[in-house]
Write a new protein. Sequence first.
Length: 584
Amino acid sequence: MSSLGLVGDIANSALSAQRYGIEITSHNIANVNTNGYTRQNPIYEAKLPGSYSNLLLGRGVDISTVRRISDQFIENQLMQQKSDLSSYEEMENYMKVLEGIFNEDSETSMSNMMSDFWNLWQDISNNPAGYPERSALYEYSVQLADQLNTLDLSMRQVEINLTNSISSGIGNINQLTSEIAKTNKQIVGMESASIANDLRDKRNELISQLSGYIDVKSFEQDNGTLTVVTARGCVLVNGNDSSELALGGVNGNKVEWQGSGGSTTDITGYITNGKLGGWLDMRDQILSKYQLDMDSLTKELAWSVNQQHSQGVGLSTLSTVTGTYGATATNQAMSTASSGLDYYSKVQAGSFNLWVYDADGNVVGTGATPINITAGTTLEDLESAIDLVDVNIDATITTDNTLKITADNGYTFAFSEDTSNVLAALGINTFFSGSSAGDISVNDTISSNMNSIAAARVGSDGSIASGDNSNAISISDLQNTSIPISIWTCDRINGNTEGSVTTSLEDYYHSLAGSIGTASAGVSNSKDFNKVMFDKISGLRDSISAVSLDEEMANLIKFQQAYTAAAKLISIADEMLDTLLNVK
């Protein structure tokens, strides 16, 4: 090749190289606002020299590749931080909802209602026979039970919303992993000729979106595909294939990885970050704890009042009473779980007195009949024991497996000194029914006859003194009485653990409500910290990978000048050739 031909070839390679540089710069400028776009730079290299007249002369320039300017370590850190931040953002949203449910700023807050409830028992003790006092206590107790029901319902709605979010999130995860697998296939197809930078950006953005939902690790294979792994090493994407997540388990509340051949792996307890991790933490740890704690509080509130109320007597003795707590097995010891009683653990060896009165209010017989309860006494045993007391008293077990006691016409009965707790455990002569925040209510017996509110006690001789307020005082005193109450720790891996704390009912609730505020503040602080970290890492990533218009404009000028120079070189080569051709 002549030297003039070499000059022309070099000039043409320069023109092409600078044109590519301008095109790549234009592509960067066009995508300055594109999410996930990574700026690209042409990598130039000199062509191999050629031998001319014993000289090695350069032959121009080539573009060896177009490089994405990125730092994979920073990218991985950013995705991990996004996963952490997304988790706390979702938790913060739901913690604010939970704070609203337990709002203590209103006059109808649970704290105020509990305090007023005890005060109304004090009012009853001041005027045991007063209808206004009894009516006020009844109406307020209904409101208290309704408030507990509403609180429970609100938490259950939050639980439903969380499960719906989890279900929707799993759908989005499956869609993203499918898209990543498709993009893997496209990259392999295109990179047989060159680097598919824009497809890699697309895949990187999909991974970023995926990390917002669930904590993942990604590994690039030799063929350019990305393998994506999540909790417990479960592979979500492998080359062109993707695996799905689904809700499963007995109650449909477990997150399961769908493996080959229909196999499944429960990964619920191992998803730590992302929106999915935040939703699971809220539902299965934070919300679950407060649901269980509120049930524990309600259970002990109902028990404490019922245990005292069951031993008292209202303005008149009873002609019939039906228990509110049924057994599932009437032939099993009432002090054991196999009996199915809500309060089986409260039943103990002891006794209670059963008094029978005639139409004139006189005690039948020589006094009360003690009904003895042992650790092995069944509901059927108790039914038989009561039947033996007096021919005018009949005990039966209803179709609901509750105990019903009925006196013959002209006769009534009352109870006293129950050391076995069996009356309250069966819901006999009690104030509340139910044993959880969701089902507590005022006993139907009280609702139909407020005179049944047991403010008094039966005397040792069976008499009921007019104006006796001893039982009402005992119930009012429960406000400041410390009792053991269950407190729960909930963990997605280790399950729920029941502990116990000895405190008053009101102090227990104050602690519970206060802990929600503390937990909410902790989540918000963690969110704020992770937001700062995310912004810092995002800024670092942008300083490396984002498009800078100033830099691109400088590159554009550089490439333009180089292109102009290359064009001038061609012009000079043409002039030289013309000169040579015109030589005579």
